[in-house]
Design a protein around this ligand. Sequence first.
Ligand code: SF4
Ligand code: SF4
Ligand code: FES
Length: 248
Amino acid sequence: MAARTLTFSIFRHDPQGGGQPVMQDYQLEETPGMTVFIALNRLREEQDPSLQFDFVCRAGICGSCAMVINGKPTLACRTLTARFDPPHITLLPLPGFELIGDLSVNTGKFMRALSERLAAWLHPQDGAVDLHAVEASMDPDLADRLYEAERCVECGCCIAGCATAQMRDSFVGAVGFNKVARFALDSRDSRSLDDFYHVIGSEDGVFGCMSLLGCQDNCPKGIDHAGQIAYLRRKLAFSRKVWRLFPA
Ligand code: SF4
Ligand code: SF4
Ligand code: FES
């Protein structure tokens, strides 16, 4: 069978250089097993060295290559071009993040600010870390739940697919809820969910979420955002901090 000719319509814009964004078309012959990531590298090597996009691992692990592919936020290195028939592929940068240029956005800046806002690092039970102490054992079911949350690669697809995050910059979003759930569950961390009430117990947190689950539909790691948001909502609704507002 003859190889297909793919047409790529790619968003082009240099925010530093000014000018208006444009969609630029490129054509490329498809090869077996081609991913959007492979196609972009070929386009940059063979046709246009000025094309900007990000990647590191090529294996769905670093989260760098996320972009909007034919309307869906997802990872370019995990998307086969064979999926698209007719072979016309439109590529846009993820919305909701600072644009660096073309398909490259600054998810790192966003994720760092979010981690600082949520204090998303381990707060040990006794305050001090003893590197010589024997590691405490953890319930295997709890370890599995932590591992599940740790699979997030901070790609930003859940934010790009979230209407609330697009309307409100201060919204924590599913990637942040996942971080909170991870640390609130961890038996080594001194914090409980109550300690996160000030960051996610409001319209900027789980009570501003519209539950349309764009996060779940677009998460390339298949994280159970629906279950996690429901769990956080239920727990926070019964938080000491809420009931303190209604003294007996
Ligand atoms: S369910 Fe909530 S967090 Fe997920 S996309 Fe919708 S508003 Fe955003
Ligand atoms: S939760 Fe999923 S979509 Fe969101 S940043 Fe993590 S891996 Fe990406
Ligand atoms: S290049 Fe790392 S996730 Fe695609």
